[in-house]
Design a protein around this ligand. Sequence first.
Ligand SMILES: Nc1ncnc2c1ncn2[C@@H]1O[C@H](COP(=O)(O)OP(=O)(O)OP(=O)(O)O)[C@@H](O)[C@H]1O
Ligand SMILES: [Mg+2]
Length: 265
Amino acid sequence: MEDVLFRYEDDTLALKEVTLSIEKGEKVAILGPNGAGKSTLLKLAAGLLFPDEGCVKLFGKKLAKKNAQNLRKKVGMLFQDPDDQIFMPKVWDDVAFGPINLGYNEKEVRGLVQDALKVTGLEGFEDRVPHHLSYGEKKRVAIAGILAMKPEILLLDEPTSNLDPKGRIELMDIIKKSCETLVIATHDVNIAAQIAERGIVLNKKVVASGPIKRLFLDGEMLEQNNLDAPENTKLFLSMRESGYDLSLPLSTEDAVSELKKKLPR
Ligand SMILES: Nc1ncnc2c1ncn2[C@@H]1O[C@H](COP(=O)(O)OP(=O)(O)OP(=O)(O)O)[C@@H](O)[C@H]1O
Ligand SMILES: [Mg+2]
């Protein structure tokens, strides 16, 4: 994105002066307070919205109304609200919709849908009416629909909201493995630490960008943008302030290995 400015029809300014680039293979978390423009940014990246000023490029090509449909084929976008995404009468049809449109044959579609339902924990839901599912189940259906398309780029807007804790970690691990380039907008700092190497803090414009670990150590910046560091990082930070020589972990695994090094058995 180069110097992007975007206003909604009612004149609300959602983004300004946004310049950033995400390379193939990167896993990036977009962080920021409510109304920061995270969802808007993902929609611009997916060619669902177009900037008022500046330009957005996808696969190196400038996105415009005339080529967006074509460029979008290799991009999977998960909307923040699954009700905006799910529209077929049965779960199976909803997950199959993307692969059918991409031209996969019947056998391929069956395989892709089965795999996607399996990894999202939705086996047995094939004939359920999406509209009757719980919010977390709908979110899983929406994720399954995207995974079934085997996109090169995944743009996920709050993928873990309303998922149960086990599902949250398992699904994010699957997502991390299933796609090369991943951009995730989230309020869940633990998930951001689990799956992203780089973070971009947004608050109408880009406030900070860099290795996610570094961002989580900038207390003042986090505070100013209604953000928080992962619990493990906060705990170890406070131990360090009390004089303990500990390196700062992002994940529970990092924390455990650091404690094992430092504590007698
Ligand atoms: N359709 C719309 N019409 C007018 N204003 C909108 C519309 N959609 C979003 N906005 C406004 O644009 C700004 C950015 O919204 P956006 O949804 O991108 O924020 P966000 O960072 O995703 O927030 P959240 O953390 O709550 O999901 C907000 O001020 C919001 O009120
Ligand atoms: Mg949002």
